[in-house]
Design a protein around this ligand. Structure first.
Ligand code: SAM
Length: 275
């Protein structure tokens, strides 16, 4: 939580604070030349997302991690941004074998929960507000409603992505920007048929759909798709361990998305209306 009476950090203090976080998920420039060593660097691709106009809107970023997408909405002129996440690693829907390795292992695997967001908010002097809440518990009663909702790279980690999408639908009065990891080989083999790779990374990911599958999940959960972009890759950041992807998959990635990273799909959608 940002201390509103705080006059703010100097650049030296920001650089020091960045070094106290053992794991950054997002690569972000918090001050000129002070860049977090994140696992992923969304900066080169964020401008190509099918963004709605967020100016003057109440916006929600679900599963914010270090907050990159929430800060992006603030930068684009949102009047209010709420960033939500779970409070601890015990709240992920990890598959049983990963869960059995215990909380310490998960902390090492995914970093102390919320520290990156806290440092980034303070360094950026951001007004984004954090709320700890599980995606399944989003409702007009718990968080109110939002003109714009963003949910990035989270459905693949959920045991029940459709229940989560229904919860999103209950708080979304305007538009949903959904960015989600996709399986490229299944996208090439089944360009029009929704299919999914079950246990895509065994014991870590429940499922990763192909491009048609991501879009079908969104429409199946009660949204109409307004805009899409072609598949793209989330580029790895400087903090990512060396990926063990085969040369063939790297080539497929480059051929289908133009760069190497984790393949994704992005759609802009709105809750379907009966009238
Ligand atoms: C892979 S990261 C994606 C971060 C960011 N949204 C992005 O697109 O770059 C998944 C995020 O979702 C959060 N998360 C996992 N399970 C969740 C749940 N059940 N409810 C809310 N957030 C969850 C994680 O803590 C993490 O911050």
């Amino acid at each position: 939580m940002t201390d509103q009476t705080d006059v703010g950090w100097t650049d030296d203090e920001v650089a020091k604070a960045v070094g106290t976080n053992p794991l950054w998920y997002h690569t972000m420039e918090l001050r000129p030349g002070i860049v977090t060593p994140g696992w992923f660097d969304l900066r080169p691709i964020v401008g190509s997302f099918p963004w709605p106009d967020v100016r003057g809107k109440r916006c929600l970023d679900i599963g914010t991690y270090d907050g990159f997408l929430a800060f992006e909405m603030e930068r684009r002129g949102a009047s209010e941004v709420i960033a939500t996440d779970i409070g601890g690693h015990e709240n992920w829907d990890w598959p049983p074998r990963l869960r059995a390795r215990g909380l310490d292992f998960m902390e090492e695997f995914a970093g102390p929960k919320g520290l990156g967001f806290e440092i980034a908010t303070k360094a950026l002097k951001s007004r984004v507000q954090k709320k700890v809440i599980n995606i399944y518990d989003l409702s007009p009663e718990t968080v109110g409603t939002f003109d714009v909702v963003v949910c990035g790279s989270l459905l693949l980690h959920l045991r029940d992505p459709f229940r989560a999408l229904e919860a999103i639908r209950s708080v979304c009065t305007g538009e949903l920007l959904s960015t989600e990891q996709i399986e490229l080989e299944l996208t090439a083999l089944h360009p029009r048929t929704p299919v999914t790779s079950v246990a895509h990374i065994p014991d870590v990911q429940w499922h990763v759909a192909n491009l048609a599958g991501h879009r079908a999940m969104i429409t199946g959960a009660g949204f109409d798709i307004i805009r899409t972009i072609r598949p793209y890759c989330d580029p790895f950041g400087p903090g990512h361990p060396p990926p063990s992807t085969s040369a063939w998959r790297r080539a497929l990635c480059k051929a289908m998305t133009g760069r190497y990273g984790v393949p994704h799909s992005a759609v802009l959608a709105r809750p379907f209306r009966t009238t």
